[in-house]
Design a protein around this ligand. Sequence first.
Ligand SMILES: Cc1cc2nc3c(=O)[nH]c(=O)nc-3n(C[C@H](O)[C@H](O)[C@H](O)COP(=O)(O)OP(=O)(O)OC[C@H]3O[C@@H](n4cnc5c(N)ncnc54)[C@H](O)[C@@H]3O)c2cc1C
Length: 433
Amino acid sequence: MSKMNRRNFLKAGAATGAVLAAPSLANAGSHGGKHGKIVIVGGGVAGATTARYLKIGNAELDVTLIEPKASYHTCFMSNEVLEGSRKLSQIEQSYDGLKSMGVKVVKDSVKSIDAKGKKVMTAGGSTFGYDRCVVAPGIDFKVDGFADVGDFSMITHAWKAGPQTATLRKQLEAMPDGGTFCIVAPPNPFRCPPGPYERASLVANYFMHHKPKSKVVIIDRKDKFSKMGLFTGAWKNLYGYGTDKSIIEWRSAASTGGIDSISAKDMTVETLANGKEKFDVINYIPAQKAGNIAATAGLTDAKGWCPVDKTTFESKMHAGVHVLGDASVATKMPKSGYAANSQGKVCAAAIVALMAGKEVGTPSYVNTCYSIAGDDYGFSVAAVYKYNAEKDIIAGVKGAGGLTPGDASAEMRRREVEFAYSWYNNICKDTWG
Ligand SMILES: Cc1cc2nc3c(=O)[nH]c(=O)nc-3n(C[C@H](O)[C@H](O)[C@H](O)COP(=O)(O)OP(=O)(O)OC[C@H]3O[C@@H](n4cnc5c(N)ncnc54)[C@H](O)[C@@H]3O)c2cc1C
């Protein structure tokens, strides 16, 4: 991708997530021509991809990316850090690649956005004017009544990778053999629908090799979950699922009757069905909403997510501001890193066209989600999407993509793990350069 020029970029196909076809919108940026100032809030997958592809689309655009962290830890493959097969440093991405393309990377946090005045204000006291602003802050957590969890120092969420991942790994290492690790899985919608179940699988794999008397209990706030058949199949094959000796136990919301409390002081989770239960380590993944800055900037709906024009990712709340990645309502794309990357390309292509006073076409989008369930045991779901104007949804294209079969051969499952690793290397390069 690094050699892609502007002409090729604008013609890029479904595999890159940005196709310009039938014209749908024309609205030149205030600077017109090929120059213009774009400010991006957040240097995660969506923000970094947009920055990179804006520069690929038009190297003369003035692109500023504001991100509080000096480097970024990917959530993808962070479950392998919990398993112990990957180091935290192996999921760390630097901003040097973006800087080398001429993106101005500012280490600061955005505290407000003036959409009328076209200005972004930071906690550090700087103000950045823009022609178009891209807001990609990922997720934050809903306060859902379990106040005793506090600052997530004793009970982690580890749903934003980095220090939380390191803390949870240390807790698992310190856990005695015979201990129980509890994952409280979130209600829909949330970042990475298969993530909690991949986490359960890889921690079970760690236990099987290092603490064979230990157990993983998933207390779910749903009655079914993504790739459920493939996960439970893997758990049966690898961890004795469904027998007395199973390393993994999954409890549906219906079976527990719901969660009443989670206490960091006592290390307990209380449910209607089981009362207060003590665990050695608890990983509580709360209900989610768009990253806080989205609400502060008036970009969210009543449910806490950001409605957008799905062909440009321009906010339905504020003109000139685009929101993408996990924070956006991109139904029916999942909240995944690959989806955020694909949306970044669609958004960048739209902005390049808009700033040049050209028409924006109808995009296509792509997502593949790999899950690793154990040694040499992986599976995936892949989809290509097109915008469906009648229903205002990003709809899967029939016959494109698919799911690893439940009866896949051992060789196919092993290869899926290899594909997952190569996907990881490619997506990081494609996003941060
Ligand atoms: C355990 C786990 C496993 C996963 N595995 C996969 C996988 O295998 N495949 C996959 O495709 N996806 C996976 N995901 C999902 C993926 O990580 C997210 O969907 C993706 O990171 C979303 O990208 P984003 O840019 O929207 O948000 P993020 O990547 O979270 O980026 C948001 C950025 O915005 C910054 N920010 C927030 N507020 C501000 C502010 N006020 N000012 C400036 N910057 C701000 C943050 O610091 C952050 O860097 C996984 C997630 C988890 C938790």
